[in-house]
Ligand binder design. Structure first.
Ligand code: FAD
Ligand code: NDP
Length: 513
């Protein structure tokens, strides 16, 4: 439990964890809060603190990607993550809609083509407008924005190397580490760093991606592979073990199958060996098929690594301050003195992707940042709740989920205690153009009357799951769900209509109204 002595601003703890460091602030501090990192979490925290009349600075600096790409204020989500990704996902869905529209009576040509330059320029222009919007918001909310690389000199002094070359020292009472994570490229693979793009480059590519290989099989590879295929590019995904390994495996396989049925090629159980450039400037990829140990070779225009994201904390001088980081991920440990985001140094906090063992999602970073500002300066004691966080994989058929997988439920509670209600359904809009709906599937995982997980594959899964996620956080029950009345005709109503259990072995295909 923490008490704050408002006069001396010294933090006093009833129970101090091992390695926990207290520093008493001096009276020369200029800032109440300095935030290192102007992404989703950092900006949210800085703005919330400033609204509470505190003196706040936020530092943001983008180190260029391995291919030299760089961008403006707002962090990963705005520039090289959620926003450009969702716009390109939408562009790809529009292609499907145009093709469907013929069946609905629209007079469109048989073949439609997307133009990468038009799309990427439009996406980049939107991103630049968001960069500008963030700058304006910081100014309006009296947050000082410094375009510079931050590191710690000591727990109350942040050193900034500004982009114009000057160095400044900022004295502060509190600091927040919100520096996010960056794509990891396996540098031991010859040519990977030299020729491999990442999601930090894809949305800013000057030339069309052409025939593309994505290495990795999680969120980023499947989302980017999905929209590139939808935009008409020859797309392959190289899978080392299984697609979407950290998700419910029945759902993950359905997502992968639906992508395969639309033309994305999956190179399963394969790993890259080397990348070289040929005389025509194309990329020659050697890879190993792990099932038969054969080495194969294929030529691509773009090779993108989506092999995970790593923390770049080594330039922050955390070690000298005694801030504990995980040895494998280099992410910062929170959870000191019962505060989820407090590090092993009393006045320094970490939020967002950089916090060890927490989901790497924008709304998580934002909520944690806002709650932290309220606790630091608004007298709040509310901690971030990292349970029941919904997410959606924006593949062509989206996969939305809240709660746990069937595997996890079975391992925690035993198969005999878990009831799974499920349905294969056809979204109404698929019927007229006779679109393949064989992968549209829902399952609810229940333990007694309690719903532990809800999974949905289908159009607009993110929109559908957001609503149900609120219900699950409020402790939704199976009787409450099945007693609810649907909204007809929607795909969301198929959730409240679930009634067939897996255990029954009955056909879960929904028919008619
Ligand atoms: P970031 O947004 O990464 O911000 C950190 C900032 O700090 C960056 O601007 C960085 O340049 C800067 N910085 C780093 N070091 C320093 C330093 N020393 N000094 C000054 N500045 C520094 N999440 C979702 O919820 N939904 C999605 O659909 C989604 N799609 C994604 C798609 C892709 C391709 C990727 C890569 C991510 C996606 N994410 C998505 C994840 C989401 O983008 C992140 O979880 C979120 O941006 C994390 O916010 P953050 O504040 O922790 O870090
Ligand atoms: P993940 O860490 O989730 O997955 C990494 C993938 O790369 C795995 O498939 C892994 O294979 C593979 N891999 C790792 N190393 C190698 C290697 N040397 N050779 C071949 N394959 C390799 O990373 P992502 O980059 O996809 O996503 C990072 C995070 O970003 C996500 O966890 C998510 O929180 C966030 N995000 C959120 C999105 C959303 O909300 N829609 C969208 C995109 C990202 P294996 O399984 O065999 O280990």
């Amino acid at each position: 439990t923490m008490f704050v002595n408002k006069h001396s601003r010294t933090f006093i703890f009833k129970r101090l964890p091992r390695n926990y460091r207290q520093f008493t602030s001096s009276s020369t501090e200029d800032y109440d809060l300095v935030v290192i990192g102007g992404g989703s979490g950092g900006l949210a925290c800085a703005k919330a603190a400033s609204q509470l009349q505190k003196k706040v600075a936020v530092l943001d600096f983008v180190t260029p990607s391995t291919q030299g790409t760089t961008w403006g204020l707002g962090g990963t989500c705005v520039n090289v993550g959620c926003i450009p990704k969702k716009l390109m996902h939408h562009a790809s869905l529009l292609g499907d809609a145009i093709r469907d529209s013929k069946a609905y009576g629209w007079n469109v040509p048989d073949e439609v083509q997307s133009d990468w330059t038009t799309l990427s320029t439009a996406v980049q222009n939107h991103v630049k407008s968001l960069n500008w919007g963030h700058r304006v918001q910081l100014r309006d909310k009296n947050v000082e924005y410094i375009n510079g690389l931050g590191s710690f000199k000591d727990p109350h002094t942040v050193r900034v190397k500004e982009s114009n070359g000057t160095e400044r020292l900022l004295k502060t009472r509190n600091a927040v580490i919100a520096v996010g994570v960056r794509p990891y490229v396996p540098s031991q693979i010859p040519g990977a760093v030299e020729y491999g793009a990442t999601s930090d480059d894809l949305f800013w590519l000057k030339k069309t991606p052409g025939k593309t290989l994505l290495i990795g099989a999680s969120y980023i590879a499947l989302e980017c592979g999905g929209f590139l295929n939808g935009l008409g590019f020859d797309t392959s995904i190289m899978v080392r073990s299984r697609p979407l390994k950290q998700f419910d495996q029945q759902m993950a396989e359905l997502v992968a199958e639906s992508m395969e049925s639309k033309g994305t090629r999956f190179l399963r159980k394969c790993v890259p060996v080397s990348i070289e450039k040929d005389s025509r400037g194309r990329l020659v990829v050697k890879y190993e098929d792990l099932t038969n140990r054969q080495t194969k070779e294929e030529v691509f225009d773009t090779v993108m690594f989506a092999t995970g994201r790593h923390a770049v904390t080594n330039n922050l001088n955390l070690e000298a301050l005694g801030i504990e980081v995980d040895q494998t991920t280099q992410k910062v440990f929170g959870g000191h003195s019962d505060d989820h985001e407090r590090t092993s140094v009393a006045n320094i906090y970490a939020i967002g992707d950089i916090l060890h063992n927490r989901p790497e999602l924008t709304p998580v970073a934002i909520k944690a940042g806002q709650l932290l500002a309220d606790r630091l300066f608004g007298g709040s004691q509310v901690q971030m709740d990292y349970n029941m966080i919904p997410t959606t994989v924006f593949t062509p058929l989206e996969y939305g989920v809240v709660g746990i997988s069937e595997e996890k439920a079975v391992s925690c509670h035993g198969e005999e205690n878990i009831e799974v209600y499920h349905a294969f359904y056809t979204p109404l809009e698929f019927a007229v153009p006779r679109r393949d709906a064989s992968h549209c599937y829902i399952k609810a995982i229940c333990f007694g009357d309690r719903i532990l997980g809800l999974h949905l594959i289908g159009p607009n899964a993110g929109e559908v799951i957001q609503g149900f996620a609120v219900a699950l956080r409020c402790g939704a029950t199976w009787s409450g769900l099945s007693g609810s009345v649907g909204i007809h005709p929607t795909t969301a109503e198929e959730v409240v209509k679930l009634h067939i259990t897996k255990r029954s072995g009955a056909d879960p295909t929904v028919t008619g109204c």
